[in-house]
Design a protein around this ligand. Sequence first.
Ligand SMILES: Nc1ncnc2c1ncn2[C@@H]1O[C@H](COP(=O)(O)OS(=O)(=O)O)[C@@H](OP(=O)(O)O)[C@H]1O
Length: 369
Amino acid sequence: MSYPYKHTTLVLILLVGSAAFFSIQVFQNLVFAEYQRSPTKPVNSRYFFGNNQDSGSRKELWEMLIKYRQNKTKSRRLPKIIGIGVEKCGTHALLHFLRPHPLIRVTDPTETHFFDEQPDASVQDYLLKLPELEEDIFLMEKTPAYFNFRPSSIPANIKRMVPDAKLLLVLCNPVDRVLSDFYQEWIMFNITHPGKGQFRYKSVDQYVYDYLPRVQQAIGDFDQKNSVLQEDRVFDLMGKDYLTHIITTGFYALHLQRWFKYFNETNLMVVDSEAMLQDPGSVIEEVQEFLKLPKVLLKEDYVKEEDSGYFCYKNWKDENKLDCLPSAKRRTRNGNKSLPPDVTSKLQELFQSHNEALFKMLGRKFEWK
Ligand SMILES: Nc1ncnc2c1ncn2[C@@H]1O[C@H](COP(=O)(O)OS(=O)(=O)O)[C@@H](OP(=O)(O)O)[C@H]1O
């Protein structure tokens, strides 16, 4: 039996198909044009190119961004991204993973220490520390000391001098942070700067047993009504004895309340360190969204290096060469070192009320063991 409208149907299918094809072309051209006008608009390349994103399509977008950048005049510009901490929570990993983005440039050195070391300096002084770069480039600096070191005016000064900056704050389990910071200080005192003084603690448990009672007595549980006073006491402790910061840096809520007077979730993003350890690609995709940057760094660009257990950036532009973190940023989190169980539970107890206050402040919970 033959179908009488065979030819008409074929013509219809061809017409509908061509219309769909041309509409997609027009749509893509429009998005490209929009991109060229303002490449910093948040366009999800996965949405644009579809899920089957081959390196060709990403390559096009990447090259377009580089071309866009090249046509701009250079001058000294303030950072658009400031990593404010937390020390030993993966602040360098975040910078390392974002750095390949064609619209991101990182200061040299990465830690300018401008706001903690020159609190009375001007915007002009800050600009003199920064490189010349093209308009629309996202300059990034990160100085973990900003989050919890003196002066307490750091958030206010950043807001006043760099009002458009987006801040990135990496938070990690404060107990794991103690272990990581202890080894950092141990190496600083004994290996990097041996003349600085003798670091008398041979093991982290010795250190915790000595410092924890003093910190516990001076600060105690998080106390909403006296939290500003409590933070002042933290600063005093650190001023008198620098090594207390290994523990007190973990009182995140006490410090964060000061930042929240000047910043909110539109200009301060909290990055989960645990998530970045397990699946950095997804975190980096979210960070690009927050920064309103074209999403050209993708989940699949981050792969675990089997030997070290840490993630690296897979450089698709250089035969997929792995760009991994330096060894100084990979000491304790791969399970090489751990805290004795009794030390862990003492620290958990110390941080418990502070963590709860933090979760309330953020409206978000972290599964910190
Ligand atoms: N992918 C990923 N995600 C989250 N965290 C990671 C990641 N990779 C490394 N690391 C950990 O980063 C720890 C160093 O933290 P920082 O870079 O903030 O240190 S510093 O304050 O700049 O000295 C460092 O701590 P240690 O393991 O104690 O060296 C690393 O474990």
